[in-house]
Design a protein around this ligand. Structure first.
Ligand code: ADP
Length: 498
């Protein structure tokens, strides 16, 4: 037989399992407590009964006299209380003399069976004849009787006295308790199950909220947040963690969305330009020179297109971890000077003075190609954004504690307004007032990635209209300086499109 799926999932659910656990634990507890109290009750009653029988045994000695080999009872027959008490004492009683001769034996005692004479005699010869013993005996009907027996003294005379008390009432009370208690247990368990079910439902409702929120979630609906209950418990913690995860996802999704919007926008501009130039050439150009001009212009735009695609590809490789750094310790001064050399001609063309001051002892474990890109990007920006007559200073030095290498590119260019400073490392971020033809807005985001991948930091300080200073720190390599790789290869720059 197949169970309905809803029932199956309810049975497998946490709520059901929690309720069953409550139920089982509570049932076990109730049973253990019930048994414990039953045993306790029995013990207390047994103890009380021993005391009563012992008191009765002692009381008999106040009313009984052995005279001339007979048991004689002394009491006031007119006193109803006293006579009924004595009658009660005589219900289950045995009195014998030292020879084991029965002086008095009630029917109640005879029903238990009289002891043999020899046994009775032996009681008198026992060392502590005054001690009393307690035994539980049963009659033919199965009624249990607690018997207190011992040797009693009357002046110089000794006699054997055994007195019994029915245990029927003693058994009745624990039986009654057991019956009452264990009939109430199922009711209590049903109640516990119901309460457990409700409590588990309440406790798990935030988990269901999280599940429902996760179901409602999609790429276009990432603003769902689950309100916390303010109790500061584990479930609130779960909700907060979930909400924080949603915040991070939203930021990432927004970045990705922004990235594809920016990328398509960037690609559309040169494509539109190419299309325009080719259409104009097609409809208006008549001479070979006019066609040639259109092709040359289009080629420049194609070049820009391929630069954008190359930069995008590289960034995406960097961010997906496909770009693996090949770090080796090297004298950074050589790399800095090498690249700065390449920028001397563009700097001269822009009528900007480019100076380099590099400490020859700075050794850093770097990826030669990527660190080359970093330097080129910073120098290329400095040249681009510094007007004629300006100065660019490139410095490589140790930090004061000699744990870090500091690489500084400082220019006396147009500067960056404070408003834009926090954004310049973002992808496609271009300062709006800056000449839109000057770049893609990707260079600094790539620089930031390279610095991060080398375990360094980058800071920027800029005064609008005065100049800009980029300060990169990279950890000093601790490897043996003899293993330094001094590369002299030319660096392919990311910025060679400009
Ligand atoms: P781009 O390739 O367009 O230069 P970047 O990511 O390298 O893009 O730079 C982002 C923005 O930061 C640029 O649009 C530019 O306005 C500004 N910028 C970067 N370096 C400098 C600098 N040295 N002086 C002034 N502005 C700068």
């Amino acid at each position: 037989m197949q169970l309905p799926p809803k029932l199956v999932s309810a049975v497998r659910g946490l709520r059901f399992r929690l309720t069953i656990s409550y139920f089982a634990i509570f049932a076990l507890l109730l049973i253990v407590i019930g048994l414990y109290f039953r045993a306790n009750l029995k013990e207390t009653l047994d103890y009380r009964m021993r005391e009563i029988v012992e008191e009765e045994w002692a009381a008999v000695r106040g009313y009984l006299r052995i005279e001339n080999g007979h048991a004689v009872w002394y009491f006031d027959p007119k006193d109803p209380e006293e006579s009924s008490f004595v009658e009660k004492l005589r219900r289950i009683i045995l009195v014998t003399d030292a020879s084991g001769q029965v002086l008095e034996a009630s029917n109640g005692y005879r029903a238990l069976g009289l002891e043999e004479r020899k046994i009775l005699q032996s009681r008198f010869s026992m060392a502590s004849a005054s001690s009393r013993e307690f035994v539980v005996r049963s009659n033919s009907k199965g009624d249990r009787v607690l018997v207190c027996a011992g040797v009693a003294r009357q002046a110089k005379l000794q006699y054997y006295l055994a007195i019994g008390h029915s245990l029927a009432d003693n058994a009745l009370i624990p039986d009654r308790f057991t019956w009452d208690y264990f009939t109430a247990v199922p009711l209590m368990l049903i109640l516990t199950g119901l309460i457990g079910w409700l409590i588990a439902g309440r406790a798990l409702s935030p988990v269901n909220d999280v599940a429902r929120a996760a179901q409602r979630m999609s790429g276009s609906n990432l603003s769902i947040r689950i309100p916390t209950r303010g109790s500061g418990d584990e479930l609130d913690n779960l909700i907060e963690t979930f909400n924080r995860m949603m915040d991070r996802l939203k930021v990432n999704f927004d970045q990705m969305r922004q990235f594809s919007t920016d990328a398509s926008h960037e690609l559309r501009t040169p494509l539109t330009a190419i299309r325009g130039q080719l259409e104009v050439a097609l409809f208006t150009a008549t001479t070979a020179d006019e066609f040639k001009d259109a092709v040359v212009n289009s080629l420049q735009d194609v070049e820009q297109l391929s630069n954008i695609v190359r930069a995008l590809l590289m960034l995406s490789h960097a961010e997906t971890g496909q770009l693996v750094l090949q770090k080796s310790p090297m004298l950074l001064a050589n790399v800095v000077e090498d690249i700065a050399d390449q920028f001397q001609i563009p700097a001269e063309e822009a009528k900007v003075q480019l100076t380099v001051s590099a400490d020859k002892e700075v050794i850093v474990a770097v990826d030669r190609v990527q660190i080359g890109r970093l330097i080129s990007n910073l120098l290329s920006n400095a040249v681009k954004y510094t007007p004629p007559g300006g100065k660019i200073q490139t410095i490589l030095r140790f930090s004061p504690n000699r744990q870090w290498a500091e690489f500084i590119v400082e220019d006396t260019g147009q500067g960056i307004a404070e408003l834009h400073l926090p954004h310049i490392f973002e992808r496609f971020y271009k300062v709006p007032d800056a000449n839109p033809e000057k770049g893609l807005g990707l260079g600094l985001s790539f620089v930031a990635w390279i610095v991060k991948a080398h375990g360094g930091t980058i800071k920027v300080k800029s005064d609008f209209g005065v100049g800009t200073r980029f300060e990169v720190t990279l950890p000093i390599a601790i490897e043996n300086p003899t293993a330094i790789v001094v590369e002299k290869k030319r660096v392919k720059t990311l910025k060679n499109h400009s």
